[in-house]
Design a protein around this ligand. Sequence first.
Ligand code: SAH
Ligand code: DHB
Ligand code: MG
Length: 222
Amino acid sequence: MPLKIRNSRWTKVDHYVEALLIPPDPVLDAALKASAAAGLPDIAVTPGQGKFLHLLARMHGARRILEIGTLGGYSTIWLARALPPDGRLVTLEADPTHQNVARDNITRAGLAPRVEHRLGLALETLPQLTGPFDFIFIDADKENAAAYFKWAMRLSRPGTAIVVDNVVRGGAVAKPSAHDSSSRGIHEMNEAIRREPRVTATVLQTVGRKGYDGFMLALVTD
Ligand code: SAH
Ligand code: DHB
Ligand code: MG
């Protein structure tokens, strides 16, 4: 099963939903433009997914959010906008160029006072953080997904929501012999979730302009 499955109807429906429910937003548009201009990969969540994350965090009443994998800060902006004025988001990024682009984008969004950036490999910055966070979005290298999930558990409290991007990968993840390293990483994380008695979780498959993928949604129960 290829990682990238494109379907023009999925893309058309994404455009339809964006026109219907996601008004043009100069700050988000500028963030994507600046990211592309700086040569960042075009792998941010889609507008519909960004708004989905925003709504989840807002419905959850999240006041402290942790994001692993900033890129240009596109998902960061969606998530930080879900915070109350005294809420805080910490975002982790290994690539200094990505972080600089994200800082500019987040400043332009007026969110700099609410967002703290940590530069470095997430496995090195995670041990420096103090929890608990109310909402954790995992979206960095998939090879370390299981380790990020374990850190998410350590930085959580009963009631914390954990969301992981890219857990379906065009269906590759359902193959027991997934050969690519990112699918293997997601597999390992899934096993860790299965073995963790303090979470209840599901996978939501998604289609759209980024192809066929999905989100893991996990709730820390105790
Ligand atoms: N959340 C972003 C997309 C993140 S893309 C959005 O939707 O807008 C994944 C990001 O994780 C990239 O910027 C990459 O540089 C970063 N990354 C990869 N490996 C990492 C690591 N080990 N530690 C921290 N960040 C990492
Ligand atoms: C890709 C997509 C993502 O959302 C991500 O976090 C990493 C890579 C991709 O399509 O390659
Ligand atoms: Mg992703």
